[in-house]
Design a protein around this ligand. Structure first.
Ligand code: IMP
Length: 193
């Protein structure tokens, strides 16, 4: 049996396929199943949203599903944008999101931040979750053009001076919140596939 990944975000799909490449887990994406609707995410926690997305797709397909919810928490902003990372700016696009972040942090010394990713597996009578985090700080200007979202502004503690957008996908996956969460997936699937 294959596991259905409940996302339409092609960047996430690319990263997760690479993270799981050397495991037994075989992923099918929503696009593969012809599903076009976006699962809802109305919770105020990463865990709540990951479960909501996975439950929603499981209820409509009957297939064992994994979903993730992720975002950026900035300490000086009291943890914002957090679960609202995708729609932080009115435009809800990476460029405006990054510019808004830079302007909110203008003149602020404390740039400590982290990415968080919670994954949820939902199937018949089963709900399991796991989390991964990536600690770092917010740069003063955009750096690099790889990755997606806030990558050009995020300097992970493990790669000081270099943003996630300046790393290869393998190097990002080795330290990222998503890499750390999805590497727990084989254990989470114990007894299910
Ligand atoms: P969601 O998990 O689909 O709700 O999206 C979370 C949002 O957080 C994304 O749209 C990005 O803005 C941001 N985000 C999550 N993971 C990453 C990442 O690995 N790099 C950069 N931005 C990310």
């Amino acid at each position: 049996m294959k596991l259905l990944f409940a996302t339409h975000n092609r960047h996430k799909v690319e990263e997760v396929l690479q993270i799981l490449a050397h495991t037994d887990v075989q992923l099918v994406t929503l696009a593969d199943t012809g599903f076009t609707e976006d699962p809802p995410e109305t919770s105020d926690t990463f865990e709540g949203n990951a479960l909501q997305k996975a439950r929603w797709v499981y209820e409509r397909t009957g297939q064992l599903c994994v979903a993730d919810d992720s975002g950026l928490e900035v300490d000086a902003l009291g943890g914002r944008p957090g679960v609202h990372s995708k729609r932080y700016s009115p435009e809800a696009l990476p460029g405006p999101n990054n510019q808004l972040l830079l302007s909110e942090l203008a003149g602020i010394e404390d740039r400590v931040a982290r990415f968080r990713c919670v994954i949820a597996v939902v199937g018949a009578g089963v709900e399991r979750t796991a989390e991964g985090r990536c600690e770092g700080r917010i740069a003063h200007a955009l750096q690099g053009d790889g990755g997606f979202g806030y990558d050009p502004l995020f300097l992970a503690d493990e790669t000081p001076g270099r943003s996630l957008a300046e790393l290869s996908m393998d190097d990002k996956n080795a330290i990222s919140h998503r890499g750390r969460a999805f590497r727990k997936l084989p254990d989470l699937l114990e007894g299910l596939l």
